[in-house]
Design a protein around this ligand. Structure first.
Ligand SMILES: N[C@@H](CCC(=O)N[C@@H](CS)C(=O)NCC(=O)O)C(=O)O
Length: 210
């Protein structure tokens, strides 16, 4: 398998964490997504992912997969141990709901293509930073409430890290980089503190943009 990624990407970080939890080592290719290094819109990379986004995964069978959550579910079905979804049906739905609250409802408001467009239409850099902080704050406040409904174990859903944690961790790292202290969300803060004890998480979070 080969992962197309950029180390700064939180969506790619999700897949890196899933691969590490599964103990899978894959070939990696960096696809720059920022500024002069950006190659994600080149015709070559658009052949890999027509959306021009990372991550993408080339399977051993030569099939190109896109979308981090689809890739994670593929890995989980193909390499079932350890599972990345809880055993109980309702818990699986809940883990997916937390994952989607982040991946579908917070993250799409924040990536470079969004902030670059805000700048291009004349929004100043301080206001762009406020935009990001606003949507992270709104989104994580809702996730904090969601976690309160079912969090009974060490992590977002029970005592094994799931796809919910895989999405939460990079978003939490990103929140801290946007000067949002996790302490304002006590459940998120305690889950993230426990995830920081797991090498698969701390070794594979998004690296800061330079
Ligand atoms: N929903 C997609 C999101 C992918 C995505 O937005 N990736 C970002 C990096 S975190 C990217 O490639 N951004 C390039 C850009 O915004 O131009 C997924 O989960 O894979």
């Amino acid at each position: 398998m080969k992962l197309f990624e950029d180390k700064i990407s939180s969506a790619a970080s999700r897949v890196r964490i899933a691969l590490a939890l599964k103990g899978l080592d894959v070939e990696r290719e960096t696809i720059g997504i920022l500024g002069a290094d950006a190659i994600n819109r080149t015709p070559e990379y658009l052949q890999v992912n027509p959306q021009g986004l990372v991550p993408a995964l080339l399977t051993d069978e030569g099939v190109l997969l896109t979308q981090s959550l689809a890739i994670i579910e593929y890995l989980d079905e193909r390499y079932p141990e350890p599972p990345l979804l809880p055993g109980r049906l309702e818990d699986r739905a809940f883990a997916r709901a937390v994952a989607l609250a982040i991946a579908a409802d917070i993250h799409p408001l924040l990536p470079p293509r969004v902030t670059a467009h805000l700048s291009a239409i004349g929004v100043g850099s301080a206001d762009v930073a406020d935009w990001s902080r606003h949507w992270i704050r709104v989104g994580l406040t809702a996730v904090e409430e969601l976690l309160g409904r079912r969090q009974t174990g060490k992590y977002s859903v029970g005592d094994i890290p799931t796809v919910a944690d895989i999405c939460l961790f990079p978003q939490a790292v990103n929140a801290e980089r946007n000067n949002l202290a996790l302490g304002q969300w006590p459940r998120i803060a305690s889950v993230v503190a426990r995830l920081r004890e797991i090498p698969a998480f701390i070794d594979n979070g998004p690296v800061p943009r330079t």
